[in-house]
Design a protein around this ligand. Structure first.
Ligand code: AMP
Length: 130
C-alpha cells in the first residue's frame, strides 16, 4: 500500500507544497514545531532513511539544503535544524525546523496550531525564494 507521503506526492492527499524535482518533494509539516517546519522526502518509497542508497541520500541532503536556504529567507531564525525520526510515517523524510533555540526542535512539545491561510501564506513565501 502506498505511504501517506506517496499519496501526497501523487496529489491524492492535499499538502502545502514547497518544492519538487524528479526525485524529491518538500511540503509543510501539518503539525509544525515552528512556522515553516518542512518535510523533505524522496519520491522513492523506503521506510528508513539510512536504507536509501548513497546517491539518493546525498541528493536528499542537497535538495534539503536548497529548501532550508529558502526557509531562512522567510522565517526569522538562527538556523534551520535538521531531524530524522520516522517513528510515525514509514517513508523516509527529513524534518527542517527553523530554530531560535534548542527547544524549538523538541518533538515532545505541543505542536503549533496554524490556520490554513497562514500555512498557505508561509508555503507561498518559501516557494517564492526557490
Ligand atoms: P516522523 O515519522 O516521526 O518523522 O513524523 C512524521 C511527521 O509527518 C510528523 O511531524 C507529522 O506531523 C507529519 N505528517 C503526517 N501526516 C502529514 C500530512 N498529511 N501532511 C504533512 N505532514 C504530515
Amino acid at each position: 500500500m502506498a505511504s501517506i507521503f506517496s499519496k501526497i506526492i501523487a496529489g491524492e492527499i492535499p499538502c502545502y507544497k514547497i518544492a519538487e524535482d524528479e526525485r524529491f518533494f518538500a511540503f509543510l509539516d501539518i503539525n509544525p514545531l515552528a512556522k515553516g517546519h518542512t518535510l523533505v522526502v524522496p519520491k522513492q518509497e523506503c521506510d528508513y532513511v539510512f536504507d536509501l542508497d548513497d546517491e539518493l541520500l546525498g541528493g536528499l541532503s542537497v535538495f534539503a539544503k536548497k529548501v532550508a536556504k529558502a526557509i531562512e529567507q522567510v522565517i526569522p531564525c538562527k538556523r534551520i535544524g535538521v531531524a530524522v525520526l520516522g517513528l510515525e510515517v514509514p517513508h523516509a523524510h527529513v524534518h527542517l525546523v527553523p530554530l531560535q533555540s534548542e527547544a524549538d526542535i523538541s518533538f515532545a512539545k505541543p505542536k503549533l496550531q496554524l490556520a490554513k491561510e497562514e500555512m498557505e501564506a508561509v508555503a507561498e513565501a518559501i516557494r517564492a525564494q526557490l
